[in-house]
Design a protein around this ligand. Structure first.
Ligand SMILES: Cc1cc2nc3c(=O)[nH]c(=O)nc-3n(C[C@H](O)[C@H](O)[C@H](O)COP(=O)(O)O)c2cc1C
Ligand SMILES: Nc1ncnc2c1ncn2[C@@H]1O[C@H](COP(=O)(O)OP(=O)(O)OP(=O)(O)O)[C@@H](O)[C@H]1O
Length: 310
């Protein structure tokens, strides 16, 4: 896959099937669009995911926004889905003020040689968001590309959207988040040393520090599976500041069942399946240990049930 922050110029004779939008999360609605462009893929037709990006550092907000996928993660997921080109076009003043017709002519026609576009019915672009799917269709007739307005993928009566996924994530409703995404929500990072108190209470843990732009579920304890070095480990994970021992950074700490390996320095992907309880400040590590035994019991029941249903 070619990844670029500029709009690429395709060679003569090569055309493209393009989808456009923000694509945070690559949820099931996004996947539907990607599937449509993939059907048009051929030796002379590249598939392009065209996203507009405001780099987090350029936000004027005190707290920079968090995303469902980091840039690296979105790149990887796009590549896994067989996309030829991921264009993350910086959302500059110039782009913001571009007339929709100019955007189509300069970017989609002259550079990408678009043959086919797939967008949702609410896709807007250009100055004052004047560009919409109907305008794209009109311009398509003029410039010779086809536009498909793809019906929204729904969850019951509600359209699936990044906003919807974020709302459910903020509630810790991981079952719903995973259903909307079509894959389990995850965070990644390198496994680092904690204070190594966990092993003193019989619970050795893998600590990772998530990427600063990654949106996490609320602080608390979750049933998880961790993907490390090609293997998947069942476990339970605490997201938070460990109030009992008072940590000063937000961590993701996992007790992996059935893992005695030394994992320091390895990359882990922690996948969240179910919220168990909020993070609690205990009076002693002994009390914490009792609670952890109970958490482990709940998680084992969850995994047993999951295995029974397989
Ligand atoms: C599944 C799990 C749940 C936890 N729940 C809590 C909690 O509710 N409150 C808390 O203060 N710390 C919690 N912790 C963090 C422990 O305080 C921490 O694992 C222990 O102090 C060891 O930390 P260390 O690895 O930095 O030595 C939890 C850790 C795990 C793995
Ligand atoms: N549920 C869906 N089904 C089909 N297409 C969708 C769906 N949701 C979004 N799209 C389309 O996918 C493209 C990218 O969408 P985008 O990420 O900008 O929107 P979104 O997921 O609704 O995010 P937000 O909630 O932040 O508005 C757009 O063309 C949009 O119309």
């Amino acid at each position: 896959m070619i990844y670029t922050t500029e709009v690429p110029r395709l060679e003569e004779g090569v055309r493209s099937a393009v989808t456009l939008g923000k694509f945070d999360g690559l949820h099931r609605g996004h996947q539907k669009l990607i599937h449509r462009i993939q059907k048009k893929r051929s030796r002379n037709c590249r598939t392009v995911v065209f996203t507009f990006d405001v780099p987090p550092r350029s936000y004027m907000l005190k707290t920079p926004p968090k995303f469902l996928l980091t840039y690296e993660e979105r790149r990887e997921l796009s590549e896994e889905r067989g996309i030829d080109i991921l264009a993350e076009c910086p959302f500059t003043e110039e782009l913001m003020h571009m007339e929709p017709e100019d955007f189509v002519k300069e970017y989609l026609v002259e550079r990408l040689h678009a043959a086919y576009l797939a967008v949702g019915p609410d896709f807007c672009f250009g100055h004052n968001r004047k560009g919409n799917p109907e305008l794209l269709q009109k311009l398509g007739e003029q410039y010779g590309f086809q536009v498909e307005i793809v019906e929204k993928e729904k969850d019951g009566a509600r359209d699936i959207s990044s906003t919807y996924v974020r709302e459910e994530l903020e509630k810790g409703n991981m079952e719903k988040v995973n259903e909307l995404l079509g894959y389990p929500y995850f965070t990644r990072g390198e496994i680092v040393h904690g204070r190594q108190l966990g092993r003193t209470i019989g619970v050795p843990t893998a600590n990772l520090i998530p990427h600063e732009i990654k949106k996490l579920p609320p602080n608390g304890v979750y049933i998880t599976k961790s993907f490390i070095d090609g293997k998947l480990f069942e476990g339970i994970t605490n997201v938070g500041y460990k109030p009992t021992v008072r940590e000063n950074f937000l961590g993701v700490e996992t007790y992996l069942f059935c893992c005695n390996e030394d994992l320091y320095g390895q990359e882990a992907e922690v996948r969240f399946y179910k919220f168990l309880r909020p993070e609690v400040k205990f009076d002693s590590l002994e009390e914490l240990k009792k609670q952890l035994n109970h958490d482990v019991e709940m998680a084992r029941m969850f995994f047993e049930e999951e295995n029974r249903q397989k």
